[in-house]
Structure formats: structure tokens, C-alpha cells
Design a protein around this ligand. Sequence first.
Ligand code: CAA
Length: 257
Amino acid sequence: MPTTLKITPPLEGVLCITLNRPEALNALNTQLLGELADTLNSADCDDNVRAVVITGSAKAFAAGADINEMAERDLVGMLEDPRQHHWATITRFRKPIIAAVNGYALGGGCELAMHADIIIAGESALFGQPEINLGIMPGAGGTQRLLRAVGKSLATQMVLTGEPISARRALEAGLISEITQPELTLERAMAIATRIAAKAPLAVRLARESLHKAMDTDLATGLRFERHAFTLLAGTADRKEGIRAFQEKRPATFQGH
Ligand code: CAA
């Protein structure tokens, strides 16, 4: 049983994971990251899970890597750091993740939010990469994903000054898709996840993969991937069901094959 996470069993296909290290503002120590990776690994193979919501507390989504733990690692310790395997597992997860962010999303916390497919934030959320203040730099995607999300100028400003941005600024820059009142952030993220969970899972999976391709490939390759994925879906029962349901003017019931 995880001790650094609270896990709500899947409801309407949505698994909700709450980061739970209140004593350290949900700092991502090895144990928490490992438990998160294990939970996502199991959820990947669980047909009852079609989308995941990750959230934190009102004060902190996550305040970054655990600095006290990091302080004990020398160069060899960093090279052999198990956390990189946990990050890789989180990156490989194949189902949509919605991050519901309130309070601090700093360093590894901002990087974790950026692993999500969609970020919904409360109006008091703060996003930042303050590693530079510790004499280090982001190491879990903070330079790569942030730049792709908000562009070169703002990403550089955030990474080199360490100053966080508000939820409003994050919305303008395209880092997040919606702002809510803090007490409604989780509810809104769950509603979006529930909508996605009701769609045809294979279509969701391939559409998501195709969107990811847009982040790390050239246009021609991305377009080819999209066309292949679109064509592959012609072989699914859910496509037949979706089209038939439209013609019969009824809601579709997707089975995942
Ligand atoms: N690691 C370990 N402990 C942390 C932590 C972190 N990242 N962030 C906060 N805490 C702990 C504090 O030490 C404090 O513990 P004690 O009560 O035992 O002293 C507790 O959480 C509450 O924190 P504060 O008293 O500091 O709360 P605050 O409201 O005054 O300030 C804050 C909040 C601005 C977020 C401040 O805690 C802070 O600056 N935290 C560090 C943020 C940071 O630098 N993150 C980047 C880490 S490096 C990284 O993330 C690299 C990577 O992934 C690759």
C-alpha cells in the first residue's frame, strides 16, 4: 500500500491519485516517485482505468524534488539515482493524465504537472523551475517540456531567474488549459477525465500518441503518424459502434476493441 499517495479506486474509468506528503509540501522523494510509478504501471494494464487525475493539496501540488534527499547524493549517487527510472515509467504511461494543480508546482512538481496531458489549475497556483537558486538546473524535463509549452523567451526567463509564474500567466502562455477557483480544481479535472474515459479507449490512445508526436518530431513525420493511426482505427469495433450510434441518433457505448 502506498504511504505517500492517496488513491481513490476508479470511478467511471477515472483513477484519482493524491500526492500526500504534507510535511514536505509533497516534495517528490524517491519513495513517492516510486509509488506513483508503480501505481501508474498497474493502472496501465487495468481496463477499469481509462484516465488518471493527479492532484496535491491546497497549498502544494508538489514543491519539487526532495532537497534533503538530493543533498545526500554525490555524482555517483546522481548517476545511479533510481528516480530517473520512476520518471521514465511515468513518461511511458499510455493513458491520459489530467493534473489538478493548486498552490506550488515547483521544480520536479512543475515537471510532474508537465507530464500530464492536460493541466487545470486553481487561480492561486504557482508554476516555476527554481532549481537555479540551488545551483542546479531542471532535470526531469523542465527545460525541454517547458520550452515546448510556453516558448523560448518565457521558459528561459523562468529557468534562469527561478521566478515562478501565476496561474493566469500560465494560462496565457499555454502551459495550462483552464483556471478554476481553488476548491473546484479537482472537480473540474475529474469532469474532464470522466468525459475522456467515456470515449473509445483505442481512439484516445492513438490520438494522444499522435499529439505527443507533434512535440518531438517534424511535421511530415507527425502527419504520417497521424494518418497511420487514423487508418488503424478503421479496424476497431468501437469505430463501427461510434458511427452506427451517430446514425441511429443514440449515445455510443465503447468497449475498447
Ligand atoms: N524538498 C524538501 N522539503 C521541502 C521542499 C523540498 N523541495 N519544499 C518544502 N519543503 C519542506 C520545508 O523544508 C518545510 O519543512 P519543515 O517544516 O520541516 O521546515 C516544509 O516543507 C514547509 O515548507 P516551508 O516552510 O518552506 O513553506 P513556505 O510556505 O515558507 O515556502 C516554498 C514554500 C516557497 C515552496 C518553499 O518551501 C521552497 O522554496 N521550497 C523549495 C522549492 C524548490 O526549490 N524546488 C525545486 C527542488 S529541485 C528539483 O525539483 C529538481 C528536479 O526535480 C530535477
